[in-house]
Design a protein around this ligand. Sequence first.
Ligand code: ADP
Length: 612
Amino acid sequence: MEINRIESNIVCKIRGRMKMARGKYSDMASQYAYMMRMLSIKAQKRLVFGVCVSILGGVSTFLAEVILIKLIINGLYHQTKLSTLFGWILLIFAISVFTGALMYFFSLYRQKVNAEISTMVAEKLMKKVRDINLKKYENSEFYDEYNRVLEKGDKVFIQGLNALNSLISSVVIVVGIMTYLFRLSALVIVVCILASAATYYLNQKIIKNNYKMFTETSTDNRRLQYIDRIYYLKDYSKEMRLFNLSPMLRDKYNRVFEQRINKQKEYYRTNSSLSVVSSFLPYLVTYLFITLYTIYKITRRLLQIGDFVSINNASFQLINRFNLMINRVNELYEVSLYIGNFKNFMERDFTLPQGEALVEPQLDVCLEFHEVSFAYEEGHEVLHKISFKLEQGEKVAVVGLNGAGKTTFIKLLMRLYDPEAGRITYQGKDIREYQIDSYFSLFGTVFQDFKEYSFSVKENLYFLKTGETEDSSAADILEKVGLKHKMKEHRDFLHTEVGNEFQNGVNFSGGELQKLAIARSIAKDGKIMIFDEASSALDPLSEYEVNQLLLNSFQDKSIVMISHRLSTVVHADRIYFFEKGRIIEEGSHQQLMEQQGRYCRLFQLQASQYGK
Ligand code: ADP
């Protein structure tokens, strides 16, 4: 009874293991099928070419180390003619030279295809990242996953292709060597297989540990990269010095580093022991066995001297190939996990849902919020039942204290986020029914924290691809915002780079950068202009200049303007006063002043401060 129970336990365990292994290998196969589909025909050709070259390499080594050596030793022993021996040597030499030449051409070809693969993967990632719903960025799990995919990027595909190439060719070579050895001694093959199976098992454990360690430490890695960024990026350099951030950053860095080391320590310890045993075991066992076995056969005159050398060499080639195969299978497994990450990331939909409708540019602007509520995190609403309307040519201002929800309101208006409740409509249609790019084309925006790019001034205006020209209108727009004169001082004019990151470009002051941002929004020519604190970082003179510029440049457009300084919004057609995510007052400046409410008090407070 007891024995039966133990037997059935063992059978159950083996079945369980086999089921797991089947699942693991079918997952692996599906990841590589995905990889080959994604990389397309070029990579498939590279794989076939690579496998042929590797097999030829294995064949020429086998011919030289196993066959030729046996022929020469046995030939010398049996006094074969020297010219015949030289003939064999020449033939194998010629095969080796031919293989070497092919390897050279393959290496050039491989570099070219690898570069193409990198570009293709980068393009896919860029496209995916561009369409990610901004709300995802609030989720740290998403951010970790996103970072893991970006960190490995194209490298996993090139590594996967190399490993696949090496595995397929090794399998062919192993079958060849085994066929050769089988005629002489099947036992040698069995010993090699057993020793290598042990290595495989141990290496699997190492890989699983590495992957677990990588996943467990990915938040730490991201923190360390973040601190690195603060150290090296120009954006942070002023505050770094001014606030003496360095001691705090170093302290944080050291603590996170230590935390990561503590997590890694146990894995490193286990992996070191496992890898010592796995690299030692197969050689020791097979070396002892093969040497004793072949010596025994020769003393019994069952083998010749040439066979002794040949079997030894073939066995060690077999072990090396087995080990290579094991490493490749392990590597393929490891890489398949990262390909799996990439595949999941690419297949999951992170975009905001969109419809098919296109905005009709000839129709007038009519944008409405119908009792819209929104929360970044569940249960923490930052906008409550907002109702709002913007019509063709209207100039509307959004005001309120910090944290009142003004920027969030603008993000919803531009459909960077979707509301939790309520609807936003454009020309009577829910904005979710429009194609996102078509809806985005409605807006020209000037943000307070707008970004300038280390590209040419023209590229900063239009973001056009090479070859697309807009020189004349670019110059007109720069003239309008008062930057043409400055650009004329530069030999490359519109093609001068912004900033000094890569070459001696043009440096703009804060006010000039705001003008560049305005120039960009003029270039975009949207029907609705959004100014989010567009002039708040400027001194009063520049602010006045920029505000005049805004008013003059966009007279015929609909405008939504966020401003802290209420003096800049007095001419707006309508003013919305936000407080704690609600619109608490609404009307023209005159009406709001007459209401004597929050707007009026804030206006008087600011006026008295400016008056001082
Ligand atoms: P305002 O522009 O009026 O200063 P915001 O719209 O920026 O206000 O912020 C409104 C509220 O939403 C604030 O309480 C702010 O802390 C919160 N908030 C803003 N951005 C995020 C975000 N990305 N994740 C979570 N909360 C946010």
